[in-house]
Design a protein around this ligand. Structure first.
Ligand code: ZN
Length: 97
């Protein structure tokens, strides 16, 4: 029992170094911005944020920060934004900005 658990712990350590194995389908986080906290979520292939900027632009510094932080753990469609190409997406074929 003990030794098999040790094996799992070692495997977990290896997995933890390979975030690309994990893909978020959806999540909700509390994001502490400079002035306020916002609720940012990704659900049904769409980003949501409670900040004012997002309501106009459908993207914001919070969603873009999460795209960078979680880059390897987000599905491709979560890394592109429908309204802009300025977000840092290394594999984006259409860098028009
Ligand atoms: Zn926001």
């Amino acid at each position: 029992m003990q030794s098999s658990l040790i094996g799992k712990i070692e495997k977990a350590r290896r997995y933890a170094e390979e975030p690309g194995r994990i893909k978020f389908h959806e999540f909700t986080v509390e994001f502490h911005g400079e002035h306020n906290s916002y609720t940012v979520s990704y659900k049904e292939r769409k980003w949501h944020c409670t900040c004012h900027f997002f309501s106009q632009w459908k993207l914001c510094s919070h969603t873009m920060a999460l795209q960078q932080i979680l880059a390897k753990m987000l599905p491709k469609e979560a890394l592109t934004s429908p309204t802009t190409t300025t977000a840092s997406t290394p594999h984006s074929p259409e860098l028009t900005a």
